[in-house]
Design a protein around this ligand. Structure first.
Ligand SMILES: CC(C)(COP(=O)(O)OP(=O)(O)OC[C@H]1O[C@@H](n2cnc3c(N)ncnc32)[C@H](O)[C@@H]1OP(=O)(O)O)[C@@H](O)C(=O)NCCC(=O)NCCS
Length: 389
């Protein structure tokens, strides 16, 4: 990192936004932004998307290895047991205005969950692992509960016989989920589970590095994910496709957006200079879902817009391609998930990575405390209040 010990030195060598700055090592995930690959603990997401369940990926990230049969069963059961929300939390959710932003609700709910957890302040590894499972299970329950309450519906009790993705859809709708829909959501959850030092993971690790608690670290991460330059880009991408409205409008919308220098949401990435490998998989899943879906409009718009982006010199020069949030949008929409809930579904997956990163941070902790170079005036004379203009 840049050396800021001399407060009057040049700022030329500073990496704005910490671009390309490597601050530590990690064994959790590797992002190859040039070749367009992503690995979790050495396994390519191409392999995991083809073979793994979400529970296997969670076990892999938390414990460092793919589970054997007994371990997988234990992780499944542990996650299923933790799905029940405490009545105190449900009461709080009932009192939140239905107009509140679902990501803000999730941020508050995770913070509140800590009050009901006797292990909340315990940073011992076993207790942290318990909480990682608990939070992964309960974040899904909170999202489903808030959605039902704001629709004026009663909550649906979780089902321990269903896997994480299927149970979430069940708690959201109260109906037996379609296996293709459950697998599509599971693929989404697998593909977004970790991504090296993205902004929300960094926020979690900075918080953890002060030896604060896991609930605080995850609350900080949710706050970071909520921004449209990070997780909320999936919602913004969907709103953009809805604004376009039809495949016929894509070209004129694109030309106008370029003329107005608007950002295309779901396009561009700090690390990927080629197509985001997750976008490639999510496009495939969205295409498969659309084979049985009645309304193809949003995916068709996304495909057409991608074609224009990929053949446009402005986007080529800047190496801007669809990112993870681009095809997440039509995929989550086809699954019947309300648009303003999209970013919470991102959190429902990334909770695994956040908690694994906090454990990695605490295994070899040092306070994360970078420097900033002060560039304002110094030693100003004090002016009494009555003499100030
Ligand atoms: C992801 C993102 C924040 C990365 O930003 P970054 O690494 O800081 O890149 P910059 O903001 O410096 O952008 C570099 C150049 O590409 C342009 N650019 C970046 N993303 C763009 C987009 N989505 N649409 C149009 N132009 C874009 C910028 O205007 C800038 O152009 P310039 O060099 O002429 O000034 C950015 O690409 C973005 O805002 N994308 C849309 C939001 C999104 O999808 N976020 C989810 C990320 S997974």
């Amino acid at each position: 990192m840049s050396n800021t010990s001399n407060t009057t030195g040049s700022t030329d060598n500073m990496a704005k936004g910490l671009e390309d700055v490597v601050i530590t090592t990690t064994k959790l995930s590797k992002v190859d932004g040039i070749a367009g690959h992503l690995y979790y603990r050495g396994y390519s997401i191409d392999v995991l998307a083809q073979h793994a369940s979400f529970e296997e990926v969670a076990h892999l990230l938390w414990f460092g290895h793919l589970p054997n049969k007994a371990e997988l069963q234990a992780t499944r059961e542990r996650l299923a047991r933790e799905r029940y929300l405490t009545p105190g939390l449900v009461d709080s959710l009932r009192n939140i205005p239905s107009t509140a932003s679902p990501m803000a609700v999730l941020r508050s709910a995770v913070s509140l969950l800590g009050h009901y957890d006797p292990e909340a302040e315990d940073t011992n590894h076993e207790a942290v692992m318990d909480k990682a499972c608990r939070l992964t299970a309960q974040i899904a329950s909170v999202i489903a509960a808030f959605e039902r309450l704001r629709r004026g519906q009663e909550l649906v009790e979780p089902r321990e016989d269903l896997n994480h993705a299927a149970n979430f859809l069940y708690m959201l709708t109260g109906e037996e989920p379609d296996p293709a829909a459950s697998r599509a959501l599971e693929m989404y959850l697998i593909l977004l589970a970790d991504h090296e030092f993205n902004a929300s993971t960094f926020a979690a690790r900075v918080t953890a590095s002060t030896m604060s608690d896991l609930y605080s670290a995850v609350t900080a991460a949710i706050g970071a994910l909520k921004g449209p330059l990070h997780g909320a880009a999936n919602q913004k991408a969907m709103e953009q496709f809805m604004e376009i409205g039809s495949v016929e409008n894509v070209r004129s919308w694109f030309e106008k957006a370029k003329a107005e220098r608007r950002r295309i949401m779901g396009v561009g990435h700090r690390v990927y200079k080629v197509l985001d490998p997750r976008a490639r998989h999510l496009r495939e899943v969205a295409l498969q879902l659309n084979e049985v879906a009645e309304d193809h409009r949003w995916l068709d718009i996304a495909l057409k817009l991608e074609e224009l982006v990929e053949s446009d010199p402005y986007f080529n020069e800047r190496q801007l391609h669809p990112n993870v949030d681009y095809y997440s949008a039509p995929l989550l929409y086809t699954l019947g998930i309300p648009v303003d809930l999209f970013t919470t579904i991102f959190a429902m997956s990334r909770i695994v990575g956040w908690t694994a990163h906090v454990m990695e941070q605490w295994a070899d902790n040092r306070l994360i405390r970078p420097r900033a170079q002060y560039v304002g005036p110094i030693d100003l004379p004090w002016v009494p209040l009555e003499q100030r203009g």
